[in-house]
Design a protein around this ligand. Structure first.
Ligand code: CA
Length: 376
């Protein structure tokens, strides 16, 4: 079996209501799906987490290098693409594009052997994962103390047992919103906060101290990803676990994060940090450092399915009769493309998601949706 060609699908949809995180407003959602086609008719799907049009350009550069390669030789392909561009792209766009290809190859590998990807990665360690709701973004209109509390109550009513709040806007308002949500959802539901690196370590520590009594599950990206000393300072000053990693890449990048003892919970994005091949290696390395791993997930059902395949094989850290389990980040914000690309949407039931058990990623793609959302 050989790779015949790759097809790049850039998808986009406008939102009915824009929303903001600490760095930008969203008024559209974009996605990039990679389709790898083999000479014996198998098709594999992957997704890249990154600026879709720029990732697409990198994938065009990969195309001639992939043609004729053995799609089952996932490590060999990873190493040759990474090394081929190493001098120009150890992080960012290049690794994001590589991630999408790698995920598509695991989809092909699973389909070739007729088993889900996680079977070929040594699993399943688990067949269900608890999902936490990612949402609680800011809107153009309304009082965040009102609409965010209502949104949090809605996630609790849907059965979610944990949720994540965006902070990094107005400092005092962020404190008030964090406290209001904790009060509204009660003590038994997990609440995490995510600054998307809007603070320096001084502000992050001050903020953390003001919400330290709110039982915060983790403080995500308190400071910019390059500021490992800042991460260490926040970690040393607060009792809240510090999380991050969606803007870090490959075993090499995470080696440095782990050696710096900068982060309690690693959050590589499977569609950005190097795909399923690389993220399994990063997870095993995190295990050796005694650091938790919870994948960052932000994309369509393809990204979610790939993350679920990885979640199925993440090692217990440490094992016990009742070990701490990794969670699925389940984005609940408006995303017209997210589940439309799947013939069968991925759903949670009372905040729990089943790992897809079909071959490869365990999903089928709706080609009508690809046409509907294709960038003109
Ligand atoms: Ca985040």
């Amino acid at each position: 079996m050989k790779i015949q060609d790759i097809h790049v699908h850039v998808l986009e949809a406008a939102l009915t209501q824009p929303f903001a995180y600490s760095q930008a407003w969203y008024d559209t959602r974009a996605a990039l799906l990679v389709e790898v086609v083999t000479d014996d008719g198998l098709v594999g799907w992957g997704e890249c987490y990154g600026p879709a049009r720029l990732n697409a350009a990198v994938l065009e550069g990969f195309r001639p290098l992939l043609a004729g390669a053995d799609p089952l030789a996932t490590d060999l392909i990873w190493q040759s693409l990474y090394n081929g561009f190493r001098d120009h792209g150890q992080k960012g766009l290049l690794v994001q594009a590589l991630s999408g290809v790698d995920i598509a190859l695991w989809d092909i590998k699973g389909k070739h052997f007729g088993v889900p990807a996680h079977r070929l990665m040594g699993g399943p360690v688990r067949e269900h994962v608890r999902a936490y709701a990612t949402g609680l973004y800011r809107r153009r209109d309304g009082d965040p103390l009102k609409y965010l509390v209502e949104e949090a109550e809605d996630y609790a009513a849907q059965g979610f047992t944990a949720m994540k709040l965006k902070i990094g806007f107005d400092y005092d308002q962020d404190v008030a919103v964090t406290r209001a949500i904790r009060e509204a959802i009660g003590p038994s539901i997990g609440l995490m906060i995510d600054a998307n690196h809007a603070y320096d370590s001084v502000a992050a520590i001050r903020f953390g101290r003001q919400v330290e009594d709110c039982d915060i599950g983790w403080f995500e990206e308190p400071v910019p990803p390059e500021d490992l000393a800042g991460y260490r300072a926040v970690r040393a000053a607060l009792s809240i676990p510090v999380a991050g990693g969606e803007a870090e890449f490959t075993r090499f990048g995470f080696r440095d994060v782990l050696q710096a003892e900068a982060i309690d919970i690693l959050q590589p994005d499977t569609c950005a940090a190097g795909g399923l091949s690389e993220c399994k290696k990063i997870a095993d390395m995190a295990n050796a450092f005694g650091v938790r791993y919870n994948p960052h997930v932000w994309g369509t059902g393809v990204a979610i399915a790939a993350s679920l395949q990885l979640l199925a094989v993440l090692p217990h850290n440490p094992p016990s009769l009742n070990p701490t389990e990794p969670m699925l980040e389940f984005d609940q914000t408006e995303h017209p493309v997210r589940m439309a690309v799947l013939t069968e949407p991925i759903r949670h039931e009372n905040g729990v998601v089943a790992i897809p058990g079909g071959p490869g990623l365990g999903i089928e793609i709706d080609r009508d949706a690809l046409r509907r959302f294709a960038l003109a």
